[in-house]
Design a protein. Structure first.
Length: 111
């Protein structure tokens, strides 16, 4: 849906910004190719909350630039915590809420 809106006229883009469309980004169902397509379209300085799933992570975490207004991060089923740790340190000044969800499958595979 976000990709469809990205190339519309300036008035619609302004309306999306006013309504906070870019503030909450959920990429939990996007694969790496979709992520690579969407990343240049996102307004990184507008993002307040971000949701990422293990199917795109940890590659997604290593590709983000600094998100100056990120307050909420939710990561689902991340098997490797190195990229998550680096991402959290990079955003420690603005991050208020952090949720790391791990499925029983990822717990079993890491043991």
């Amino acid at each position: 849906a976000l990709q469809a809106f990205s190339e519309l006229n300036i008035r619609l883009t302004t309306l999306l910004l006013e309504r906070g469309f870019y503030r909450n980004v959920n990429l939990s169902s996007s694969r790496y190719y979709q992520f690579q397509t969407l990343l240049p379209l996102l307004r990184l300085n507008e993002i307040h909350s971000l949701v990422i799933d293990c199917y795109a992570s940890p590659l997604q975490l290593s590709k983000w630039a600094h998100l100056p207004h990120l307050k909420t991060l939710r990561v689902k089923c991340l098997p490797d915590y190195y990229d998550l740790y680096h991402f959290i340190l990079q955003h420690a000044k603005s991050l208020l809420h952090l949720t790391v969800e791990s499925s029983s499958y990822s717990r079993r595979s890491s043991q």
